[in-house]
Design a protein around this ligand. Structure first.
Ligand code: CO
Length: 195
C-alpha cells in the first residue's frame, strides 16, 4: 500500500470517514472488509455471534451511536451468513455455554416464524431461511435503537440494508429490504413474510 499510495497511512492516522457500518457475525469466514472490498478507513464494523442487535446491548448501541452520530455513516449493513453456527445452535439446542443465553434472540425469531419454517420441511432449507429471517429481525432492532431513531427523527440520511453472505460460494445476497425511516421499519413488521 505504501508503494502505491505513500500517504495512505498518514492520512488515515488523522481521521476516518467511513460511509458504512457493518454489523455481522464473528465467524472467521465472514471478514467484513474483504467481502465488500473496502480499505481500512472505509467501513466501521461491529461483529458478534450470529449478528444480533439488541437495543439494551450497551456495546452494540455504543457502536451505533458512534457510527451514526459522530461519523454520520449513510448506510448500515446487517449481514448474516448461511451456515451460521450460532443460528444452527439456536435451532438444534446445541449446548454452547454462555452463548446459549445470547442465542435466545435467534430462538425468538424462529418462534415468530414457526409456521413458515415448518412448511420448509426442516433440514437445510429451514436453516438457510432462519439465517435470512434473523437478518430481517435485526434490521427492525437497528431501527429501534436510540441513535437510529434520533437520526431519522431529525431527517438524517441513513438506510439500513439486509444481506446474507454465502460462506460456500463467496456471494452476497441482498434480501431486498431497505429501511430509511421509522415508517419503513413499521411496514416491515406488517408484511407477513417479514419479521
Ligand atoms: Co455466524
Amino acid at each position: 500500500m505504501k508503494k502505491e499510495r505513500p500517504d495512505f497511512f498518514r492520512q488515515l492516522a488523522d481521521q476516518q470517514h467511513p460511509q458504512y457500518l457493518w454489523i455481522g457475525c464473528s465467524d472467521s469466514r465472514v471478514p467484513a472488509n474483504e467481502i465488500v472490498g473496502l480499505l481500512p478507513g472505509e467501513l466501521f464494523v461491529h461483529r458478534n455471534v450470529a449478528n444480533i442487535v439488541v437495543p439494551s446491548d450497551l456495546n452494540c448501541v455504543s457502536v451505533l451511536h458512534f457510527a451514526v452520530e459522530i461519523l454520520r455513516v449513510k448506510h448500515i449493513i446487517v449481514c448474516g451468513h448461511y451456515g451460521c453456527t450460532g443460528v444452527l445452535a439456536a435451532m438444534d439446542d446445541i449446548e454452547l455455554g454462555a452463548a446459549e443465553n445470547w442465542l435466545n434472540h435467534v430462538r425468538e425469531v424462529e418462534e415468530r416464524h414457526e409456521e413458515e419454517l415448518a412448511a420448509l420441511g426442516g433440514g437445510d432449507a429451514h436453516f438457510r431461511r432462519l439465517c435470512e429471517l434473523n437478518v430481517l429481525a435485526q434490521i427492525q432492532n437497528v431501527g429501534r435503537t436510540s441513535p437510529v431513531r434520533k437520526a431519522w427523527k431529525f431527517g438524517q440520511d441513513l438506510t439500513v440494508h439486509g444481506w446474507v453472505y454465502g460462506v460456500e460460494d463467496g456471494l452476497i445476497r441482498d434480501l431486498g429490504v431497505h429501511a430509511a425511516s421509522r415508517e419503513d421499519v413499521t411496514s416491515l413488521r406488517r408484511r407477513p413474510d417479514r419479521p
